[in-house]
Ligand binder design. Structure first.
Ligand SMILES: Cc1cc2nc3c(=O)[nH]c(=O)nc-3n(C[C@H](O)[C@H](O)[C@H](O)COP(=O)(O)O)c2cc1C
Length: 252
């Protein structure tokens, strides 16, 4: 079982959540790799946004890489309650994988970052789902479970929801993911790995091919089938043998 954590991050918050998810998976002896999607903004714009340099030690994901993994954790900093264009731009190159069903049935989870509470964490989960659902991928939420005391904690401000872990960056990006938010992404990563393991270790059940209706009737009421076959033989339509379009065309 191999999991890929794939993220975009301008200011490092989702980068931190992603690195924490990776550590949690390694701790649990799960084979996992961390990737970032390619940046699409010109350096001049990034400078004006006060974006720090990207961590060059983290490889850039390619479309081909995706086929090597059994499950995916996607790290998404919100953009107006939706996934960032950088991630969408990468994902929009996966049409070939979509067409041949390469990612069909593969589980995925999402974690997010927003500036503030009410900034659209849950909207980001929901709005990004379509990109992955069209591939036939299976969404694995965080849920409550082990995360219950953290998600229901009203003593401190925190991101995250049953949809997945989440951090608040603050309106100016100065807030860092809290201990609670980092714990949530650790729980999510481990929970996700246990689900992917179930998917990869389960032998597909041998489902017998569905019988035709006529076969089912033949089993239940053989005499009806005999009568019907005799009737059909009498009513057999004429076949025009030398038709110029098709020698087997049936004249109605
Ligand atoms: C174009 C743009 C749109 C944004 N839209 C929202 C938003 O709708 N709600 C919100 O809370 N934060 C919004 N933010 C703030 C980012 O979500 C925040 O900077 C990000 O979560 C920080 O993660 P990062 O450090 O990994 O880049 C926006 C930021 C940018 C640049």
């Amino acid at each position: 079982m191999k999991i890929a954590i794939i993220y975009y991050s301008t200011y490092g918050h989702v980068g931190k959540l992603s690195a924490t998810a990776l550590e949690a998976l390694k701790e649990a002896n799960v084979e996992a790799d961390l990737f970032q999607v390619p940046e699409t903004l010109p350096q001049e714009v990034l400078d004006k946004m006060y974006a720090p340099p990207k961590d060059d030690s983290i490889p850039i994901i390619t479309v081909e890489d995706l086929t090597k993994y059994d499950g995916f954790l996607f790290g998404l900093p919100t953009r107006f309650g939706n996934l960032p264009a950088q991630f969408k731009s990468f994902w929009d190159q996966t049409g070939g994988l979509w067409a041949n069903g390469a990612l069909n049935g593969k589980p995925f989870g999402i974690f997010v970052s927003t500036g503030t509470p009410g900034g659209g964490q849950e909207a980001t989960f929901r709005n990004s789902l379509s990109s992955f659902i069209h591939h036939g991928m299976i969404y694995v939420p965080l849920g409550y479970g082990e995360a219950f005391p953290l998600l229901t904690n009203l003593e401190e401000v925190h991101g995250g929801s049953p949809w997945g872990a989440g951090a608040y960056a603050g309106a100016d990006g100065s807030r860092q993911p809290s201990e609670l938010e980092l714990k949530l992404v650790q729980i999510q990563a481990k929970n996700f790995a246990s689900v992917v393991e179930k998917f990869t270790s389960t032998k597909p059940a041998e489902v017998p091919a569905e019988k035709k209706v006529s076969e089912k009737v033949a089993e239940k009421e053989p005499e009806k089938v005999e009568q019907s076959t005799a009737r059909q033989a009498q009513q057999k339509p004429a076949v025009k043998e030398d038709d110029s379009f098709c020698s087997k065309c049936i004249i109605m």
